[in-house]
Ligand binder design. Structure first.
Ligand code: SAH
Length: 351
């Protein structure tokens, strides 16, 4: 992104209208531009057939126009899942995933380049945080995928690389643009934001009273177990995190999703399941069990299938709804965040 220029795709329709006024243009131009960007998903001004050339030249001079380009696209031969690696204007790379479900197509996007949360099993955080993504860069992952597949996107999950609540203002603006009735108009109920548990910002998000689903990455049912897998747990104690979840439900009426990555021998025993049942008792929630995706840099292993099913059964016996996440695109991805790293390694000649 050109630093001195305003990022036109991150502006609300209102702001864009003010900009057109500033340029001495008619207000309806803002509406036209907004539609080209957020409904027709134009990759640049040249595609905008009803915008006069003189205005296009002005826009070119005044604003930066984000349009991600796919560096690689891998398609799973098993289930059609596609994994995209995108180049940002500054040369950074982010990855996004397109998944086909019976109930609609879903896109998983990244919210930051890298991550500073340090979860032990996660590949995205190994090199730390580079920067947060702009609202336009989050949107454009979805737009580029919608264009490339030619299919409608109905669900969006912010579960790719990065901690969305560590990029709060940009995330919020992104959510507003994505759900805007003048834009792609994705329903708030079809959006999930996943967090490792940044308590202040969970509460801030609750106060926005959006209808999006909040997913909380739990991965341990006691303070000690959680700390061992997630350094961020030292900063926010488990009770505080759960109380923020409760608050989110109170403010929004939206049921919390808890993500629990099962790591063989680490957090998948009967005692772990019992602790989880105790922790979540009385909470309106759903648990997503994710067999951990082992990454090279760490020696964590997946739980055995038997242990996964037993774990789920224990939860269900305690009336806690749980699903084992289906692993889509097994043949193309490896663990979350690995694609971007692999690309960086190849460039550095490490293979
Ligand atoms: N920072 C956010 C969102 C990104 S990670 C968060 O922590 O929730 C999305 C989910 O994938 C999180 O639950 C994360 O803990 C999990 N995850 C990351 N690496 C994983 C791996 N190798 N195997 C299984 N789950 C993983």
């Amino acid at each position: 992104m050109e630093l001195n220029k305003l990022d036109i795709k991150s502006l609300s329709l209102e702001e864009l209208t003010a900009q057109m006024q500033r340029l001495g243009e008619k207000a309806f131009r803002a509406k036209q531009l907004y539609e080209w960007m957020h409904v027709r998903l134009a990759r640049g001004y040249d595609e905008m057939t009803n915008i006069p050339k003189s205005l296009k030249e002005k826009l070119e001079r005044e604003y930066a126009y984000t349009a991600l380009s796919a560096v690689t696209v891998q398609t799973s031969r098993i289930d059609g899942t596609k994994k995209f690696l995108f180049a940002l204007a500054d040369g950074n790379r982010v990855e996004s995933v397109w998944m086909k479900y019976r109930h609609g197509n879903s896109v998983c996007i990244s919210s930051q380049v890298g991550c500073r949360m340090g979860c032990r099993f996660c590949a995205s955080t190994l090199d730390g945080l580079e920067r947060g993504l702009e609202p336009s860069e989050m949107l454009d992952q979805i737009y580029a995928i919608a264009r490339s597949t030619g299919e409608r996107v109905s669900n969006v999950v912010v579960m790719g690389t990065g901690e969305p609540l560590d990029n709060y203002d940009n995330l919020l603006r992104f959510l507003q643009l994505l759900t805007d009735e003048n834009g792609l108009h994705i329903s708030q109920r079809n959006i999930t934001v996943s967090t490792c548990g940044l308590v202040e910002n969970m509460r801030r998000l609750a106060d926005e009273r959006l209808q999006i689903t909040l997913a909380l990455s739990l991965h341990g049912a006691t303070q000690e177990k959680r700390e061992a897998l997630m350094p961020v747990a030292k900063r926010y104690r488990l009770e505080e995190v759960i109380s923020a979840c409760r608050y989110y439900f109170e403010q929004t009426g939206r049921r919390i999703t808890f993500e629990y990555s099962l790591v063989g021998g680490v957090n998948d025993t009967d005692a772990d399941a019992a602790a989880l049942c105790g922790l979540l008792r009385g909470l309106n929630c759903h648990v997503n069990l994710i067999p951990v995706n082992p990454i090279e840099e760490r020696d964590y292993v997946q739980s055995e299938r038997r242990a996964v099913l037993r774990f789920r059964e224990k939860l269900e016996q305690n009336h806690i709804q749980a699903t084992v996440r289906r692993e889509l695109g097994r043949d193309i991805s490896g663990a979350c965040g690995q694609l971007r790293r692999r690309y960086a390694d190849e460039k550095a000649g490490k293979q």
